[in-house]
Design a protein around this ligand. Structure first.
Ligand SMILES: [Zn+2]
Length: 66
């Protein structure tokens, strides 16, 4: 469903890759303003949690090895 061209155009574009967004996601809690596309949202979350997990893994590894 489309409503003329009244909606904010910035919503249509991803803040990270600049491609058109079909469904806007928000990453403002991670320091990214505006909206991002599903792909960048997924990638960014994976990056954030991937780093977090690897740090945890290394920490537990160190603890495990003593
Ligand atoms: Zn994107």
């Amino acid at each position: 469903m489309r409503i003329m061209g009244i909606l904010d155009k910035s919503r249509d574009r991803c803040s990270i890759c600049g491609s058109k967004i079909t469904f806007p996601y928000r990453l403002d809690r991670y320091g990214i303003p505006g909206f991002v596309c599903g792909r960048c949202y997924d990638e960014r979350l994976r990056e954030i949690y991937g780093i977090d997990l690897s740090i945890r893994r290394e920490e537990s590894k160190k603890q495990g090895l003593g």
